[in-house]
Design a protein. Structure first.
Ligand SMILES: [Zn+2]
Ligand SMILES: [Zn+2]
Length: 268
């Protein structure tokens, strides 16, 4: 059994690359005794149309309705309506407009594109070999800082997903980590400890301990997510997330819901 922490980062088949029925994800959370669960599927994209990456625009109302309906089938489990929204700088206004149409409990911000390069997709990872890795990291974190400053996101997810395929920076990133921590703290944006990196080539939690320690120094709040794309991954490796949170100095985390958050102690 995983520690009793909410899993706020669960996908659905609407995004075109997750398997299983939505109710099976919720059932998995109930089975494992998670205190809360939230869906945070991929919001439709504006800069490209790819039904294997994110739900098409016409599915967004259906996604929202499906989550609200499931709430009634699982009255014992607080089920949150979240969304994972890509930060793409040319489309910030479109994004703000789309988000304002729905009553999401929380909005996760993520960066999956560097000037159009979908760097976390296996089919485009060859591009890492052609670029200066330090410049890739710098560009990536610049985007995360910009995203955090928009005020559109409650939580930034997989904070250092740029490491997904195991490419490591050569430069010391401490200064940019601090700039990010300051921006997140100033905007009241939380960061997520995300276990999906353990299932990726890098084999590590997002974010790395060093980065999480900087977040802790800036008193940036934390949440937890599996980034499950199949029901069996709900709550996965949460014992390791808890261990990392403690190691980085955290004693508390936040519960999300209805645009409000509650700070609660980490379980022992
Ligand atoms: Zn993501
Ligand atoms: Zn995700």
């Amino acid at each position: 059994m995983p520690p009793p922490l909410p899993d706020y980062h669960v996908h659905t088949p609407y995004c075109g690359h997750a398997r299983g029925e939505m109710r099976d994800y919720v059932a998995a959370a109930v089975e494992q005794g998670l205190p809360e669960m939230g869906f945070a599927d991929h919001l439709p994209l504006f800069h490209l149309e790819d039904p294997t990456l994110a739900m098409p625009h016409e599915d967004l109302p259906r996604y929202v309705e499906s989550v609200l309906k499931l709430r009634q089938s699982f009255p014992g489990l607080p089920l949150r309506l979240g969304i994972e929204a890509d930060y793409v700088e040319e489309h910030v206004e479109d994004l703000a407009e789309l988000l304002s149409r729905y009553d999401f409990d929380y909005v996760y911000g993520s960066v999956h594109f560097i000037s159009g390069w979908g760097f976390d997709q296996a089919r485009f990872k060859y591009e890492f070999e052609r670029r200066d890795i330090d410049e890739v990291y710098e560009a990536y974190f610049r985007l995360v800082i910009d995203a955090a400053g928009t005020g559109l996101f409650d939580v930034m997810t997989h904070l250092d997903v740029v490491k997904k395929y195991g490419h490591r920076p050569r430069r010391d990133l401490t200064p940019i980590y601090h700039e990010l921590g300051e921006t997140l703290a100033a905007g009241g944006v939380a960061v997520e400890l995300n276990s999906s990196g353990l299932r990726k080539p890098v084999g590590e939690i997002y974010p790395t301990r060093e980065l999480l320690e900087v977040m802790h120094a800036h008193r940036v709040p934390i949440t937890f997510g599996s980034d499950a794309h199949k029901p069996g991954d709900v709550g996965r490796d949460f014992d390791r997330l808890l261990e990392l949170a403690r190691a980085a100095g955290y004693r508390e985390y936040v519960r999300l819901g209805r645009k409000e958050r509650r700070t609660v102690p980490l379980p022992s």
